[in-house]
Design a protein around this ligand. Structure first.
Ligand code: SAH
Ligand code: SF4
Length: 389
């Protein structure tokens, strides 16, 4: 028996090609796309306007399969977190954050992460593997239709949409899993699929400069850049990728991106670490960094109180310190927000997303991939951390 083709893996254009291979016209691909991504169909028999013969063909050759749910927790503040099985002992997390008038889904793009930022528990677990398109867009598919089911809201293109915003801020560095991430983004934006506005889909990156340029050409969505430091010496120690792409290059890439971006600013994320990057001098240095005449970067700052995890050895800045830091940025005319920590009770806050399931037998495979990344991005790139069961 040949393996079934997962239709969640296909971009709209690839679905047309696939239908062509089955001897079907392009409009069938549009019907399929709508059934899958607007009606949440996981079963070909439900696709009543497709000819019976086509449904039989699809049943024989294809499937619509999103990652399986390992666990599902709802926080007292309404935040909901799913742990998803992505096979071979790997798991990723996805978080839904309901707010007045909008619902934000935070999704993962890799199992683990090779960038190894000092303050991030995903990074501490090392890199396992890239997620496929089906595993990335399957998170949105699963969450949207599960949230509707829970509320008794019919699936379909109009009204009732539960997820209005997507942020790629879960596990992994999206720009190091470029092609699947972009295909998933295209599905999120497609009018025959989720039809989300580019402004409401945000990709967060630790600063993979060449891929930021590529994203601006292939699928410009709102961009968040994880800055976390006001100078290179500090950033080198917090975000190892900075050694490869230092601040001056990162700022230039942000300016280039803005020419194509759906918003006229970059969001800089800044994790507030007690005694490490939270002094007034750091705030002033940041102002100088983003407001340097012709080299200025129109931006907003989002200060994220550090979410501690046991082995980090770091502490969250105090609330008064965070406020004083924000004030310096605001006095310089920079819109600054302090992120509310949500889902604390279910470990769903930023940087606490660490797949609980690890497979120790696949270490060799992971080592090989890490060696590949080190060759590409420098010897300090990431490290393997074994998580004991
Ligand atoms: N790899 C991408 C996207 C995932 S991380 C990136 O780094 O941008 C999403 C955000 O959570 C990033 O800004 C990251 O720096 C932040 N983060 C990671 N660990 C954190 C922690 N322990 N506390 C608070 N924020 C954290
Ligand atoms: Fe990777 Fe982002 Fe965590 Fe850094 S902060 S280790 S880039 S997931």
């Amino acid at each position: 028996m040949t393996a079934l083709t997962n239709l969640l893996d296909f971009s709209p254009a690839q679905l047309v090609e696939y239908c062509d291979g089955l001897g079907e016209k392009p409009f069938r691909a549009k019907q399929l796309l709508r059934w899958i991504h607007q009606f949440g169909a996981g079963d070909f028999d439900a696709m009543t306007d497709l000819a019976k013969s086509l449904r039989e063909k699809l049943k024989a050759h294809a499937t619509i399969t999103a990652p399986l749910v390992i666990s599902d927790h709802i926080s007292t503040d309404g935040t909901r977190k799913w742990l998803l099985d992505v096979g071979q002992g790997n798991a990723v997390e996805m978080v839904f954050i309901p707010e007045d008038g909008r619902g934000t889904l935070c999704i993962s793009t890799q199992a683990g992460c090779a960038v190894n930022c000092r303050f991030c528990s995903t990074g501490k677990q090392g890199f396992s593997r890239n997620l496929s398109v089906a595993e990335i867009v399957g998170q949105l598919w699963m969450a949207e239709f599960e949230l509707r089911r829970a509320k008794g809201i019919e699936p379909g293109p109009k009204g009732g949409r539960q997820i209005t915003n997507v942020v790629m801020m879960g596990m992994g560095e999206p720009l190091l899993n470029f092609e699947p991430t972009v295909t998933a983004l295209k599905l999120m934006l497609d009018d025959n699929a989720y039809g989300l506005s580019r402004r409401r889909v945000t990709l967060s990156t630790s600063g993979v400069v060449p891929m930021m340029d590529k994203l601006s050409q292939d699928c410009p969505v709102a961009l968040a850049v994880s800055l976390h430091a006001s100078n290179d010496a500090l950033r080198d120690g917090l975000v190892p990728l900075n050694k490869k792409y230092p601040l001056i290059e990162l700022m230039a890439a942000c300016r280039r991106y803005l020419a194509y971006a759906p918003r006229d600013f970059i969001t800089f994320e800044y994790c507030m670490l007690d005694g490490v990057n939270d002094a007034d001098t750091n705030a002033r240095e940041l102002v100088a960094l983003v407001q340097s005449g012709v080299n200025s970067v129109p931006c907003k700052f989002n200060l994220i109180p550090f979410n501690p995890f046991p082995e980090s050895g770091l502490k969250r800045s105090t609330n008064p310190r965070i406020k004083a830091f924000a004030q310096i940025l605001m006095d310089a005319g920079i819109v600054t927000t302090i992120r509310k920590t949500r889902g604390d009770d279910i470990d769903a806050a930023c940087g606490q997303l660490a797949g609980e399931v690890q497979d120790r037998t696949r270490v060799h495979e992971r080592m090989r991939k890490m060696a590949e990344y080190r060759e590409k991005f420098g010897k300090d790139f990431g490290r393997i951390v074994e998580v004991p069961r």
